[in-house]
Ligand binder design. Sequence first.
Ligand code: ADP
Ligand code: ADP
Length: 224
Amino acid sequence: APLLVLDRVERRYRQGESTVEVLAGASATLHAGEVVALIAPSGAGKSTLLHVAGLLERPDAGEVWLDGEPTVGLSDDARTSLRRNQVGFVYQFHHLLPEFTALENVVLPQLIRGLSRKEASQRAGELLSYLGLGARLAHRPAELSGGEQQRVAIARAVANAPRLLLADEPTGNLDPVTSAYVFQTLTTLARASGLAAIVATHNLDLAATLDRRITLRDGVLVDA
Ligand code: ADP
Ligand code: ADP
């Protein structure tokens, strides 16, 4: 079964007197291990789509299937728990905690999920080393380069072994070489752990390195 199915998802917002139809029957299917680029102009609804796919927002109509399970009708608590267990998010800005080291930033979500500090530290160390940051474990975010900060943010997003990774312009802030490395990191991780990823980006060259490209046009998803 596919990992994620968006089935005719609709999402509209009231803005004053008018209603904006941001998603107007958006459909997509994503399989484990697949990394898909989401390319669309600013304001087209990329963040809304990622929020709906990641169970942060409920659609007004349509269904979101995650790992074979329909999610729209679930309670808020059930959706939150599913999101915590199955979904990781990466944003344009890393949002790492500045007073904590790289290792601690990756340990924290695991402690919140109930792992022991020993298990969490071991997994965080392995993950960061796998992402080429073995020599940066004790560095604070301010002591890391932009690309290193984003790789720590990716490690944190996958620390609890989610099935789905949603990245909203993860390299919007980085130079081309560093961006290419971050994209490569996402693909390597997806291949190794079987997670599926949607990566929203404006960079067509980088999008071309991913498995597939989709775009949001008038509220629906089409192959790009
Ligand atoms: P993108 O990420 O592609 O820039 P967004 O999904 O953030 O686009 O927003 C798409 C459209 O929906 C924009 O016109 C935005 O102003 C509007 N929008 C997004 N969230 C809300 C909200 N909570 N309330 C009202 N309008 C919203
Ligand atoms: P991100 O890009 O981090 O996903 P956004 O900048 O799209 O976040 O939106 C931040 C918050 O503001 C979200 O809760 C979103 O729903 C809300 N929002 C976005 N656009 C609008 C808008 N035009 N009117 C009201 N709320 C909005």
